[in-house]
Design a protein around this ligand. Sequence first.
Ligand code: SAH
Ligand code: SF4
Length: 351
Amino acid sequence: MEASQSPQSPLPVFPSGLEPKEIAQACGLDEAYRAKQLYSWIVKGAPSFDAMTSLPQELRALLDQRFGGLRSSSVSSALEDGDGSLKLQVRLRDGAAVECVLLEDIEGRKTACLSSQVGCPMACQFCRTGTLGFLRNLGPDEIMEQFYFLKERRGFISNVVFMGMGEPLLNLPAVRKACFLLSDPEGLGMSLRKITISTSGIVPGILDLTEHGPKVRLAVSLTTADDALRTELMPVNKRWDLTELKAALLEYQAKTRERITLELVLLGDRNADKESAEKLLRWIGPLRAQVNIIPWNSVPGLPFKEPSKAQLKAFSEHLASQGLICVQRMHRGRGVMGACGQLGDTLRADP
Ligand code: SAH
Ligand code: SF4
């Protein structure tokens, strides 16, 4: 699969996905200050054109007519987990649906987990989204609106992770624009260091990020350092194997000097043994990496097993004993099928 093969969203972009100069053009505004006003209302989380009270009434009405509302999407369902997680299903203009999740850690820090595509073409065997197939890329407006919907319900969000549905590096133009809008000092002003892009290992996308930024944090879903097993579990490995992936990561690291996060979904009977941990340590070699262990979140119908507590403990202790920084992800969001790899209630929302 080539990075350029993925279809872009064919839909015109709503103001929520535009920066001021583009807003001026899309909204037919002659005066730059009007576009800036509109932008600052969007950033503040205004829910409609009508709420933008510093804009003339006629202009608000005109914009509402032109776009049919401020937002291109709407929330079609909200599910709260007992652990504080919130999962929203967002209905898009063409009837498709994606999901996004707000995760809150024990210190109260809020992270928005956003989707970048409707479904996912990567077909990882252990992932619910991967079983659904792929419909299309999201536009930057559709990505940003997920953020605004979560912020509306839960207040200040300090971190964003592109770990919802889809492969963000196959939709880099829209993801890049969303990173710009999230971090714009004139707008939301989030530090790029609080944004993480997680990829299954799209080598041209990693090289593109290396060359052109943005300088966000990079996470790579490695799963296993065994080529044959990775090819079985993650078809992306057929196109870019572990050798090519590592070369790209070394290049990324030489240029950015940033530590990489390697995500490891632990499947009870496949990659959780001592030999797998040792293979991983050998593969990592000179890479500066932190490992995030994610115990497999069960997905009905998929033939994998959650790792036992003992397996998890032994695996992480083995990595840590060799000096590797190793974090175990909690199960946040499981109660609403909102944890890693569990998203995908529907691609097409109910009519
Ligand atoms: N598509 C991107 C980002 C979204 S997936 C990627 O694959 O990196 C986010 C993380 O969830 C990835 O690390 C993926 O390996 C992991 N994941 C997928 N299915 C899972 C499951 N059922 N249980 C636990 N983690 C899973
Ligand atoms: Fe897509 Fe990521 Fe799921 Fe793989 S793990 S199918 S890349 S969403």
